[in-house]
Structure formats: C-alpha cells, structure tokens
Design a binder for this molecule. Structure first.
Ligand SMILES: [Zn+2]
Length: 293
C-alpha cells in the first residue's frame, strides 16, 4: 500500500502534466472504485483548469478553477500513468507491464498539456471524489486527520500532548491518523528504529507527567521527519530515472533499515542486535530489541 512518501512522489510526477492544464476529456471506464464516482464526475471536471496539485496525508488534492477540489486516493494498488505524444519518456519494461494491466485503467484524463493521465487500480480500493473548496474543512475523509508530519504543526510538544495519557503502544499511537497523518506500517517501524525506541513502549512515555515533551518525543519527531524526507528524496530520483508516477519505485526496499528485515543484523552502528518481527494490532512490526528500548 502506498504511504505518504509514495503519494508525494506521485504528486510530484503528476504536477507537470496537470498543474495549469485544463481537463480536455474525462473518461471513466469503471465507476465502482472504493466508492462510486459521482454522476456528474466528468462534467464537473471537463473544461476546468487544475490551479494546483497538493497533498493532504495520502490524498491528492487537485484545486480546480471552478472552486471544486478533486480528491484522489490510491487505495491499496492504485497508480497513475502519464503518457505523452511520442511516448519516449517511458522505458521498454513499462510498456510490457502496462499491456498486462490495461483492463484496470479505470479513469482517463486528457489534459490540455498534451498529457494523458490514467488511473489504474486492479483492486479498486482507490477513490476519487469532488468537493467544493469551501466545504473542504467539513469533508469527512479529511476532517479527523492529524497534522502533516513534515509540516510546522507537528512538533515534540504536539506529539507529547497527543500521547500523554495513551496506554496504547508507541507503534499504535504513531499509526493513528488522528495523531499524525499519513504514517503507515513501514515508516512507523523505520521512524521508531531511528528514534531508538521500542514499538512496544507505552505511548505515554513520550511525555512528562504533566504532558510536556521529553527527549523521546524529540527523537520521534526527528526520526519521523528524517525517514520521510529521505524516502521522498529517493522517490524523486526514481521519478527522474523512470518517469513513473505509480510510487512503486519510491518504495526502495533496500533503503529500509528494519522493515521486512527479520533475522538480519541491526544497521545501527555498534549495535549487535538482530531485527525481530512481532505482530501488533494485527500488523507486522520490525524492530531491534537491543538498541530500541
Ligand atoms: Zn539495534
């Protein structure tokens, strides 16, 4: 499942094709994504210009000249493809994969930039929704989301306050979208490893008795920011190399320090630990029991 860095990579890949461009034609081959597309989907988009392409947590938000916002979510298996005349921007391997999956091309945007943006989603957990910009604050999909982990509102004081009276684990707290938006299983594991904190530790230990931030809260914020920033940077270079916007290449498995590395030596310098896999709330957690305390 794409996480925040992958979605940000997708946003950066789509921006040159969509920002400042008008929807010339909109085709929905299948309307039954995670939720049905609105009946007036095509008419509300056609002829409108994308003023800006932003992101909130794992949602892409295309701001339209009409005052509407197009919300797009990749779900479990969604991806976007940008095709331009000439097709020179796509490597050969890409053509092969694309041919196999044409049946899953559900939504196609023909843009005035000359680009054709296609949403492909085999499992159809992805979604698209159109919301008036003035009602964005009330939008149920966005309303309860916590701050952006790379934004100014997310800091040690905020995190400590959110964790203060929580008896759940740090892993569960960081995975809670109301506390911090957009972090999934992979980057929570990676951030905890960088912060050298056990995923099993109680969330409340990231705050002092009075709810003030302590050194653990500081380390968590730094760990989260570092791991996301590096992943976005890696995603950016994958975009330059492959001209893909499915975010898949943003998931650089070899860059993960603990995720999916059970049994391997801990990469922390000087640590003799071995990465362990446990299950918390039904999800796999990877961590080093030696340096993560
Ligand atoms: Zn270790």
């Amino acid at each position: 499942m794409p996480e925040l860095p992958e979605v940000e990579t997708v946003r950066r890949g789509l921006a040159p094709a969509m920002e400042g461009a008008r929807f010339v034609a909109v085709k929905a081959h299948r309307r039954d994504l995670r939720w049905p597309l609105p009946k007036d989907f095509a008419t509300r988009l056609q002829g409108k210009t994308v003023v800006g392409l932003g992101r909130r947590a794992k949602y892409l938000l295309a701001d339209l000249s009409s005052g509407d916002v197009l919300l797009m979510h990749l779900g479990m298996s969604g991806s976007f493809r940008v095709d331009r005349d000439g097709g020179e921007q796509v490597p050969g391997k890409y053509h092969h994969e694309r041919g196999q999956h044409l049946a899953h091309d559900h939504v196609v945007f023909r843009m005035s930039s000359g680009a054709v943006v296609t949403f492909n989603d085999p499992r159809r957990f992805g979604s698209m929704k159109i919301v008036p910009r003035t009602r964005l604050d009330e939008e149920p999909l966005l309303r309860s989301l916590g701050p952006e982990p790379l934004g100014n509102a997310f800091d040690a004081a905020m995190l400590a306050h959110a964790c203060w009276r929580k008896t759940t684990s740090l892993k569960a707290a960081l995975s809670d979208q109301r506390i911090v938006a957009g972090l999934g299983n992979i980057y929570v594991c990676e951030a905890l490893h960088r912060a050298r904190l056990s995923p099993k530790r109680k969330a409340s230990t990231a705050a002092t008795r009075s709810g003030a931030p302590n050194v653990r809260a500081e380390r968590l914020v730094a760990g989260i920011r570092a791991v996301l920033t590096e992943a976005i940077k890696a995603g950016g270079s994958s975009l330059r190399d492959h001209k893909r916007t499915d975010g898949e290449l943003g998931l650089f498995q070899h860059n993960f320090r603990v995720y999916d590395r059970a049994g391997e030596p801990c990469p922390t310098p000087g640590c003799t630990g071995t990465i362990k896999r446990i299950v918390q709330n039904g999800r796999a957690t990877f961590f080093c029991p030696v340096c993560q305390r």
